[in-house]
Design a protein around this ligand. Structure first.
Ligand code: NDP
Ligand code: MG
Length: 391
């Protein structure tokens, strides 16, 4: 029995993880659940999965959580609560499904406490990839990717001689605006940006998929997870989202990982690794898929991809700055304070102002992150970004 802690259990990945666990009660048990403020859904999950520990990280929601949950589990609160949770001796594996930069500290604490990690969050790896890699080695901890592209690359590389790896093809659906004219892109609404053609995900990553920043973040995530340089990663738009990524070896041979677009597949493999469990799903219908197509990304219409590549090459504190500015800008877009196309413009200005520090400590990364958020907020408040549409 693998005893699992799901951090971010109320989110899209968290809920899918619990679906997988529900399907294999003889293999997985839930020892701990953590959410930010959604005490209602957390309470329903606690009643079903009966964890020993729960944590609500939003201090304002703690009182409500204690009232609702104290009879069922030990209730922890805030960041200190997360620190206590990931150090609990009853946990074998932590599923990191918290969104955004908030995952970084709990991730480092989980590794410090020698918990294996099933990793959905990419922002923490973008911010502090080299520090995370170092800590994984120091503590001899396994980090298994859940992000579908990273899971694909990891599966393609299993058992292979890493020195023969030539190139990684990172596939992307292209998002909902792949064919939209630049003039029409000026009028993109929040509702349109949240209508992803292939994947049902949390709001932040859905907007990232629409700007292609998600793929940019994944270039840096790939560098962290597989120790490659940005030049070795090529982004390919693949609208059918059947091939989740590919690796090319020095002899010209290419391996790809394919499946229907369903996050429960990489989540299940991360939980069951090295075993594969029969999920009962129907075999992939190749004739129905008909055609698999590929194209190059359009950097002009999707400048976020180029910004991420620039951050990947500049390295040091720049990826954390990219991530922080993106989080602030996406938040402003979602709350209709800026138009869609200002997301990239704001990130670029924040990056232009940043003096990169190489080999940063965790403190230097936190400081760069905070300064980037302050600068992004200042820019967001400027009148020129004023949202013209309200829908
Ligand atoms: P969601 O927004 O759906 O869920 C986020 C989860 O994190 C919720 O449980 C939320 O709690 C919790 N949370 C939010 N803020 C904090 C905080 N400050 N401290 C602690 N917990 C917090 O996100 P997704 O599930 O879509 O994505 C999660 C991560 O996985 C992201 O990093 C994303 O990039 C990555 N990912 C997601 C994929 C997907 O298909 N969704 C695919 C690949 C990667 P509450 O509900 O209480 O607010
Ligand atoms: Mg992905």
């Amino acid at each position: 029995m693998k005893r699992i802690a799901v951090l971010g259990s109320t989110g899209s990945i968290g809920r899918s993880t619990l679906e997988v666990i529900r399907q294999f009660p003889e293999r997985f048990s839930v020892t701990a659940l953590a959410a930010h403020s959604n005490t209602g859904l957390l309470a329903a999950q606690v009643k079903e999965f009966k964890p020993a520990l729960v944590c609500i990280s939003d201090p304002d929601s703690c009182g409500r959580a204690r009232t609702a949950l104290a009879r069922h589990a030990q209730v922890l609160c805030g960041l200190e609560g997360l620190a206590q949770l990931v150090s609990d001796g009853r946990i074998d594996m932590v599923v990191m499904a918290i969104s955004g930069a908030s995952a970084l500290l709990p991730l480092l604490w989980a590794i410090e406490n020698r918990k294996h990690v099933a990793m959905a969050n990419k922002e923490a790896l973008v911010m502090a990839g080299p520090l995370v890699r170092k800590k994984l080695l120091q503590r001899n901890v396994r980090l298994i990717p859940i992000d579908s592209e990273q899971s694909a690359i990891w599966q393609c590389l299993e058992g292979q001689d890493r020195s023969s790896l030539k190139k990684i093809y990172l596939t992307a659906s292209g998002g909902p605006f792949r064919r939209m004219s630049p003039a029409r892109m000026k009028k993109i609404t929040v509702k349109e940006a949240l209508a992803h053609p292939r994947w049902k995900m949390g709001e932040k990553i859905t907007v990232d998929s629409a700007t292609l920043m998600n793929k940019g973040l994944e270039i840096i995530e790939t560098m962290c997870l597989f120790g490659v340089q940005p030049e070795a990663v090529e982004v390919l738009i693949h609208p059918e989202s059947v091939i989740h990524s590919m690796v090319e070896f020095c002899d010209g041979s290419i391996l790809a990982q394919l499946s229907e677009a369903d996050m429960r597949i990489p989540i299940q493999y991360a939980l069951s690794y090295p075993k594969r469990l029969a999920s009962g799903r129907a075999s992939f219908d190749f004739p129905a898929a008909a055609r698999l197509t590929f194209e190059k990304p359009d950097h002009k219409r999707f400048p976020c991809l180029g910004l991420a590549l620039r951050a990947a090459k500049q390295a040091g504190t720049m990826p954390a700055v990219l991530n922080a500015a993106n989080e602030a800008a996406v938040d402003a877009f979602l709350s209709k304070r800026i138009p869609f196309q200002s997301i990239a413009a704001i990130i670029e200005q924040v990056m232009d102002k940043h003096g990169v520090m190489q080999e940063p400590t965790l403190e230097a990364i936190a400081e760069a992150d905070a300064r980037a958020r302050t600068e992004a907020s200042r820019l967001i408040q400027e009148k020129k970004w004023k949202q013209t549409r309200s829908s």
